[in-house]
Write a new protein. Sequence first.
Length: 184
Amino acid sequence: MEISGGIQASLSGRYALALFELARDSKQLDSVAQSVSALKTALAESDALRNLVSSPVIRREAASKAVLAVADTLGLDPLTRKFLGVLAQARRLPQLGAAIRAFETLLSHHKGESRAEVTSAYPLNKTQVTALQKSLRTRVGRDVAVDLRVEPAILGGLVVKIGSQMIDSSIRTRLNTLAQAMKG
């Protein structure tokens, strides 16, 4: 299954594909993948970084200097560092989150794994994530990389999306189903 054509349809996908192909061709895929993962974590945890990448008022030069300083602080590899510089110079930093997701999709496909977006009410520990991956692997027949998200509004349980398939075992959904059944 060829997925790069679908990813290329978006602006962020074209940037992600360029980074992926450069990393693959220069045999730096593992180091770039680690850097992208670190960048994803930083983006999720830092309000300042999210503001930096989404602000339209920050000038190119200032944005470039700031993201390169972030890259140095995070210890990102040179290729990912250049990637951030290109995004900043092209004023495409708002596309960073989507580019990271597209890169991860390309990487998973390259490794022969599926990607699952898992939403839970509370953070999952490593044992739970490993058990979930094992269960999903049995269900889909290949390794599964998981993207974890916490959303307290689901109250409990999990919502798992793999491609177009969704498994919703959240307490919120069960309560809504029960409420509908009681209405008659």
